[in-house]
Ligand binder design. Structure first.
Ligand SMILES: Cc1cc2nc3c(=O)[nH]c(=O)nc-3n(C[C@H](O)[C@H](O)[C@H](O)COP(=O)(O)O)c2cc1C
Length: 171
């Protein structure tokens, strides 16, 4: 159990990748695991578009400045959500699947970073022919890591854990 908690803490956003593309089986294993994320009424409103076409990948890398890791990554996985399959919770459901995907990729020795898609929804939809009733929730840049970043700082527990009332210290 301790090992599992350490595993969760050891995930980092990876933004530099080796050029070697990860094998298809690893990508499918990671997505297979992401399917086990919780979703409202088990609606599973997620879809996954694997993007390895260099032109499409460059288009995604250009949507904003922080999308640049996509240039380096041999592939991207775009998490798309079917709004009609979970009208009140689709964003949460698909965020859960995205996080499961990041953790599964980490378990398989792959590096990944979540690239913001929500400010560029129309651009991404157009590039990938995503229909009107679906929304690209996240773009994940994926590949073998070519960096070992230090952990980013976390807020202390004393700042974020309350007892009974918002703001009342638990520590
Ligand atoms: C909703 C969301 C959007 C993010 N967008 C980007 C992004 O566009 N580009 C990027 O390089 N990292 C992005 N990140 C990664 C965060 O910067 C990263 O998770 C955070 O700094 C903590 O670092 P860690 O993942 O290594 O723990 C995003 C993460 C989330 C959850």
């Amino acid at each position: 159990m301790d090992e599992y908690l350490e595993f969760l803490k050891s995930r980092r956003s990876i933004r530099r990748f080796k050029s070697e593309p990860p094998p298809r089986e690893l990508i499918l294993r990671a997505i297979d695991t992401a399917r086990y994320a919780p979703s409202a009424k088990n609606s599973q409103p997620w879809r996954f578009i694997i993007v390895d076409d260099p032109d499409l990948k460059s288009k995604l890398a250009n949507i904003h400045l922080s999308a640049r890791p996509l240039y380096d990554a041999p592939l991207a996985i775009v998490v798309v959500c079917q709004i009609d399959e979970s009208p009140t919770s689709y964003m949460l459901d698909c965020a859960n699947a995205t996080l499961y995907l990041l953790l599964a990729l980490h378990a398989l020795g792959l590096g990944a970073v979540w690239i913001q898609a929500l400010r560029n929804i129309e651009e991404v939809k157009q590039a990938l022919s995503i229909p009107n009733n679906a929304i690209p929730v996240a773009i994940i840049a994926v590949g073998y890591p070519d960096e070992t970043p230090q952990p980013r700082p976390r807020k202390p527990l004393s700042e974020i854990v309350y007892l009974n009332k918002y703001g009342k210290s638990y520590m």
